[in-house]
Design a protein around this ligand. Structure first.
Ligand SMILES: Cc1cc2nc3c(=O)[nH]c(=O)nc-3n(C[C@H](O)[C@H](O)[C@H](O)COP(=O)(O)OP(=O)(O)OC[C@H]3O[C@@H](n4cnc5c(N)ncnc54)[C@H](O)[C@@H]3O)c2cc1C
Length: 452
């Protein structure tokens, strides 16, 4: 087995959360390595076609700042994002479209400029523990098997792969039956005639129930985000042209005018941590995308000449394992806007559960401008002394996870995880004993928004 030199901080998984963790840890001087199975960073944002990022805001307040917002500032300067714009779906405050290719490069630059190293095309293959500590991980890539040692390990895999390898406990899905949110294979199309789509929306307000008859909202942003086309979708379903177990079409224009991301397929009953189930889900997603392509081109004015640019490339998994932490975030914490002593991030994104049973999406919003808090105790386990969990697999109930899982929030959580890991490595202390006041102070110094 090859041996790779020892690092202060090893981040497993280079999604938005892992990337922000690597930037934060290396900015504090920790020798940091980020390990990613793809050949680029960004996770769902670049490898699954997810977008826009939603939402950095809680009312007027920019609740998520720090490195995650710096990424947007960098993209804006390059003309690769219009920044935070009004959400014309009418669901949350702002959405942040971006160009995915530019994001790949900017994330990579942010990590390397801060001194971090990146190991691409590499999967986790094993975890060696001793006396409640992770000693090393084994990874698999074109060089064969290699062992990487570290002082502190961060799990940014989204599915908790590293934590489970280290023996952490976890839950999956909703309490009643363990069912998880459906997966979605995204589809990106270009050459969409947006003015023509808007004309249809204005002429058929009844097809867009979220707008309550007033479609003027779609003129409030430089890019179109919309959910609806209900009657057209219903008609196609009745004719047997669509088998997707969803009630309407949802799409978002990206940074590039006329390019849209369709968030409409719905793949039920699969498990993102079971390789065979995941493979079957990809195939079902592809079938649904083919139906969707035919549907939009035939039924939606403005899509006649639209071209499929990509699906996925990988199917998107909204939720799988939640690693059991010292504290588990609940929906009551969110709705009561509970502030914790060890708060490390805030968010205004609502509960958003795509039904695991078929049609329907459950939303539960905070009062306008309301903002909940994420405590550090959701990112550490009781027993593993050098493991920090970040991103969508932190300790949270099914309902709470459906809110905290979106990309600005997971970016902010990753930022905090990187700071805590660097401080634990520097001080030689267990992650459970990190001085939280110091974490909060460093986060503020690095530009994060914290009301503690
Ligand atoms: C279909 C869908 C639609 C969504 N829509 C939106 C939206 O519109 N806006 C929004 O803000 N959020 C949206 N989300 C939520 C959001 O995309 C994710 O929850 C968020 O990106 C999670 O970030 P993360 O860093 O925790 O994980 P991920 O982005 O999943 O990153 C995990 C990374 O770890 C790597 N990895 C995983 N396992 C291993 C392993 N064993 N070895 C090596 N590498 C590994 C992966 O390749 C990946 O790069 C959506 C999610 C889905 C699935």
């Amino acid at each position: 087995m090859n041996r790779i030199q020892k690092y202060d901080v090893v981040v497993m998984g280079g999604g938005i959360s892992g990337a922000m963790a690597a930037v934060a840890a290396s900015s504090l001087g920790a020798k940091t390595l980020i390990v990613e199975s793809h050949g680029f960073l960004g996770g769902t944002l670049t490898a699954n076609g997810v977008g826009p990022m939603m939402t950095f805001h809680a009312g007027e307040k920019l609740a998520i700042q720090g490195f995650t917002n710096q990424l947007i500032e960098r993209l804006k300067k390059l003309g690769k994002s219009p920044g935070h714009i009004f959400d014309t779906v009418g669901f949350t405050y702002s959405v942040t479209p971006f160009d995915a290719e530019a994001m790949k490069h900017e994330l990579e630059l942010m990590v390397t400029e801060s001194g971090g190293e990146i190991l691409y095309h590499t999967m986790l293959a094993g975890v060696k523990t001793d006396s409640g500590r992770i000693i090393s991980i084994t990874v698999c890539n074109k060089s064969g098997l290699s062992e990487i040692e570290g002082s502190v390990f961060i799990d940014g895999t989204g599915d908790g792969d590293l934590s489970v390898g280290a023996g952490a406990e976890f839950t999956k899905g909703r309490d009643t039956d363990g069912a998880m949110q459906p997966m979605t294979l995204k589809m990106k199309m270009y050459n969409v005639d947006i003015p023509k789509v808007k004309e249809y929306i204005h002429n058929h307000p009844e097809d867009f129930p979220l707008y309550n008859g007033d479609t003027s909202i779609i003129e409030k942003a430089p890019r179109l985000s919309v959910g609806g086309f209900d009657s057209l979708f219903k008609e196609a379903k009745a004719k047997g042209e669509i088998s997707i177990p969803r009630e309407n079409i949802l799409f978002f224009e990206t940074n590039n005018p006329g390019e849209v991301i369709l968030n409409t397929t719905r793949i039920l009953g699969h498990d993102g941590t079971d390789a065979m189930s995941l493979s079957r889900a990809e195939m079902e997603g592809r079938k649904q995308c083919r139906e969707l392509e035919q549907f939009v081109r035939k039924y939606i004015p403005g899509f006649e000449n639209a071209v499929v640019e990509s699906t996925g490339p990988n199917i998107g998994v909204r939720g799988s394992r939640q690693i059991k932490g010292v504290y588990t975030l609940t929906v009551e914490d969110l709705m009561e806007q509970r502030l914790f002593e060890d708060t490390i991030a805030h968010s205004g994104y609502p509960v958003d559960i795509h039904s695991p049973d078929g049609e329907g999406t459950k939303h539960q919003k905070l009062e306008w401008g309301g903002m909940y808090s994420i405590p550090y105790a959701c990112m550490i386990t009781e027993s593993i002394k050098n493991l920090i969990v970040i991103g969508r697999c932190i300790s949270a109930t099914f309902e709470a996870q459906s809110a905290m899982r979106t990309t600005p929030t997971t970016g902010a959580i990753g930022h905090a995880g990187g700071v805590a890991a660097a401080l634990a490595a520097e001080g030689g202390v267990d992650v459970q004993k990190v001085n939280i006041k110091e974490v909060q102070q460093k986060l503020k110094e690095q530009g994060a928004y914290l009301e503690v």
